[in-house]
Every structure is written in structure tokens, then in C-alpha cells.
Ligand binder design. Structure first.
Ligand code: SF4
Length: 313
């Protein structure tokens, strides 16, 4: 059973108090529960949070997101204590890519650059030339001197980028994000019939058929910019349902329509993102548990592709 409003308010008070006492900062991804976004110091997408993690002068970073995000914060801040509210909050897509597999591909294509989506585990980053986010992938790939790209792990983001950089050859890892992959045109088109003036905005992790019917394809931040400012009052959103919270904050005068079954794991509801809760944030902050630790050499090697990306963008 969830907490009552009174209990929730008490938990929030305790978190805010501990944050101040311990000089801690709470970073939250847009897909986190609304009540977590409401008390976070920064809410953003992967790139924005990676930058905030690099800039902060806090002693402790509590990272409300999935494991690879908390790891990224640790890699960029090796001297800081990074706490992850729930170690079971991983990313199924990140887990689809292995370091050994990437090394093998690199052997087969020695002239290719390994471009890893930030949605990869730390070991995969150690064998990558550069990381990308869904917002900057095209820009970063264009900036590379190599004409051949090994793109890991999201085949759909990879093919979306490949279409915009036709001069380069792409070898795509066959990973995918289950919640975005499962969003089909059959779920979106009836909504379009219901709201004929509506624009459809989707994330590039969606499958190719869904991307084809969209008016706009972009990262979470880009969807926020587009949906809150486009000239349609109704906007059909094809990404994780947690984004609704921020969309309604940024521009409450619009109607953001998510597929009806977005409340279930397996559609555009990332069960892993929702494994972080206020209770867990309070517990890690209080006991300073679930600290992200990585071997020094992993931190050093994984930092290179991340820093290279941050230099390019
Ligand atoms: S939404 Fe997809 S890519 Fe993001 S954490 Fe969940 S499974 Fe991973």
C-alpha cells in the first residue's frame, strides 16, 4: 500500500532536511514518479543530468534514475558519494549490450568508431570511443572522422541517426527499449482519429513503424519543447508516461495525450524507472547506503567517451 498524504509529507520533510544537513543534491530523470520530480534539485534528461552531476559542488549525489545514470554521475564525479535509491532499478536495454560483444564487433570492423548511447553499463563505456544521448547523437556522429559507426545498444535510435547521416555506414547492435518498442501505430492512430488536430511526438527509441507516423521525433527535452510550444492544443505523446508531469508543469494549458494502456509495464511505462520511491530516497540518504562503486580503471576508461561527448556538444 502507498503512503498517506500525511506520511508522504513527513517523508518529504525528512528528505529535504537531510539534503541540507549532508550537502546532498537530488537529481531526477523525467521518467521518475511525479512526487520525486517535485522535490528534486534538478530534473532532466540523460545529458542535462550528466552535466549537472559534473557541475555540482554537493558532497552527495542521490540519483533518481536507473543504474547506468547513477553510474554516469559517479564516473564524472569519482570523488563524490553517489547513492542510488534502488539498486534493482536497471535498464533492460543497457543490459542487452555486453563489453565482450562490443570488443568482438570492433575486431571485425577495426576502422569503425564505437558510439555508445549513454544507456549502457559502465563496462561497455570503457570500450567505446564516444557516448551519445538521443538529443545529440546526430551531431556527435557527424563530428567523428570515422565513416563507419558501430552503434550500441539501441537499434532504433541507431537507424534514426543513420537516416540523418547517410554518408556513414552503420553497424547496429540489436538492442531495444522494451517500453518504447512496444508502442505501436495501432495505439496512436485511434487517438489521432479522436483528436484530428493533434500532433504526434515520439521518442527515437520507438520502433521504426511508430517513428514513421510521427510529426516530431526527439529526446525527452526536445519533446517538452515541441509539445508545449507547437500550435496544436492536443499533443499525442509517444514516450514514457512520467513525462506528463513535466509537460503539465511547463504548459498546463495544453492536453497531453498518452496511450490508454501507458499505465502498464511493457507499453510506455518503464517499470524500472518507477522502482525508485520517496521511501527509498529517504532510506539511502539517511543511512548512506547503495553507494555506486566502480574500480578506478573502469572510471578512468568510461570517463573518456563521456568527456569526449561533452566536448563535442
Ligand atoms: S525507458 Fe527504456 S531505455 Fe529508459 S530506462 Fe526504461 S528500459 Fe531503459
Amino acid at each position: 500500500m502507498g503512503n498517506t498524504v500525511l506520511e508522504q509529507n513527513e517523508i518529504v520533510e525528512k528528505i529535504l532536511d537531510l539534503k541540507e544537513k549532508k550537502n546532498a543534491v537530488l537529481l531526477a530523470h523525467y521518467y521518475q514518479r511525479g512526487e520525486i520530480q517535485d522535490i528534486a534539485d534538478y530534473v532532466g534528461d540523460s545529458l542535462e543530468l550528466a552535466k549537472k552531476a559534473q557541475e555540482t559542488d554537493a558532497d552527495i549525489i542521490v540519483f533518481a534514475g536507473v543504474k547506468f545514470m547513477a553510474e554516469t554521475a559517479k564516473i564524472l564525479n569519482p570523488d563524490k558519494k553517489v547513492l542510488h535509491p534502488n539498486p534493482e532499478s536497471g535498464c533492460p536495454m543497457a543490459d542487452m549490450a555486453t563489453m565482450e560483444g562490443v570488443i568482438n564487433l570492433k575486431k571485425q570492423h577495426p576502422d569503425a568508431a564505437v558510439v555508445s548511447y549513454v544507456n549502457t553499463n559502465a563496462d561497455v563505456k570503457t570500450v567505446s570511443d564516444v557516448t551519445v544521448t538521443s538529443r545529440n547523437a546526430v551531431k556527435v556522429v557527424k563530428a567523428l572522422k570515422e565513416d563507419k559507426i558501430i552503434f550500441v545498444p539501441d537499434q532504433f535510435l541507431g537507424s534514426f541517426v543513420a537516416k540523418q547521416v547517410p554518408e556513414k555506414e552503420f553497424i547496429l547492435w540489436k538492442g531495444f527499449c522494451p517500453p518504447h518498442f512496444n508502442l505501436s501505430p495501432e495505439q496512436l492512430l485511434p487517438l489521432k482519429e479522436q483528436y484530428p488536430d493533434a500532433k504526434i511526438a515520439v521518442h527515437p527509441e520507438c520502433n521504426t513503424e511508430t517513428v514513421k507516423i510521427a510529426d516530431f521525433v526527439g529526446s525527452t527535452s526536445q519533446i517538452i519543447e515541441y509539445a508545449t510550444t507547437c500550435d496544436s492544443e492536443n499533443v499525442i505523446i509517444g514516450t514514457e508516461v512520467g513525462l506528463k508531469h513535466m509537460l503539465e508543469k511547463v504548459n498546463p494549458n495544453k492536453n497531453y495525450i498518452f496511450p490508454v494502456n501507458a499505465d502498464y509495464c511493457g507499453t510506455v511505462h518503464c517499470c524500472d524507472m518507477k522502482k525508485n520511491t520517496l521511501d527509498k530516497i529517504l532510506e539511502v540518504l539517511d543511512k548512506e547506503i547503495n553507494e555506486i562503486t566502480l574500480p578506478e580503471d573502469v572510471i578512468e576508461k568510461a570517463a573518456r567517451p563521456l568527456k569526449r561527448m561533452l566536448e563535442i556538444v
